[in-house]
Design a protein around this ligand. Structure first.
Ligand SMILES: N[C@@H](CCC(=O)N[C@@H](CS)C(=O)NCC(=O)O)C(=O)O
Length: 227
């Protein structure tokens, strides 16, 4: 089985963190530094594997092609060996998926905020401070919802690492490291979990392109957003 992915980015990083936690045998990783159309990175033949051409993409030996990071995580959970990272019972699986869904929605709002608010998008998309403000508020609402859903346990769903931790860390790490957007002060459980999970080798900060990061940092000030 092969996974094509980027070294950084909120969707790719879900899978990078997962693979570091799970350490499955027989999964080959092909990691691209950053998208570069001019240089043909990722190659057109890889992008053509799925309708979106976005990373990550999984190609299995039997020819199965999976796009979409969450589908890839579920596919890996059902196919590779390693610690159970979904949940042992239907209720535990459902709890993991509840968190994954809320974090996924959070990332959609964050992505819209960043894309349409950051100076980084100035030459490629329509900039709208209204869209940015609305989506920033919705992003923080999602984090506050997660705060309510969490218990005092060590990990997002309970006492073991699940795919919810991978999705959560990929989101919060990207927001903090690339855009300088922290977890709000009133999300104390989430902030504590984030600080602790960041110590794990799986959550080591990826290498970001520094030229882009320099423009992205300070998203809150750029878009006039506070908590
Ligand atoms: N919903 C998709 C999003 C994937 C995505 O947007 N990937 C970005 C990197 S963060 C990408 O490949 N962008 C470059 C491109 O689309 O060409 C998923 O969950 O996998």
């Amino acid at each position: 089985m092969k996974i094509y992915n980027f070294a950084f980015g909120p969707y790719p990083q879900r899978v990078n963190i997962y693979l570091a936690e799970k350490s499955p045998p027989n999964v080959e990783r092909v990691i691209f530094d950053a998208p570069d159309k001019q240089a043909g990175v990722p190659p057109a033949s890889i992008k053509a594997l799925t309708p979106t051409g976005a990373m990550p993409i999984l190609r299995d030996e039997d020819g199965a092609i999976i796009g979409q990071s969450l589908a890839i995580l579920e596919y890996l959970e059902s196919k590779v060996s390693g610690p159970d990272m979904l949940g042992a019972t239907p209720a535990a699986k459902a709890r993991t998926r509840e968190f994954v869904q809320v974090f996924d929605e959070a990332l959609t709002f964050f992505g819209l905020w960043a894309r349409h608010g950051s100076d980084l998008g100035r030459d490629t998309v329509r900039i709208s401070l209204d869209v940015a403000a609305i989506c920033a508020a919705r992003y923080f609402d999602q984090l506050r919802l997660i705060e309510k859903m969490m218990s005092q346990s060590d990990f997002i769903t309970g006492d073991r690492v699940t795919i919810a931790d991978c999705v959560a860390m990929a989101t919060l790490q990207y927001a903090a490291d690339f855009y300088d957007v922290p977890v709000p002060d009133d999300c104390q459980r989430l902030a504590r979990w984030c600080a602790e999970f960041r110590q794990r080798p799986s959550a080591a900060s990826p290498r970001y392109p520094e030229d882009k990061r320099a423009i992205a940092l300070g998203l809150m000030a750029q878009t006039g957003v506070g908590f």
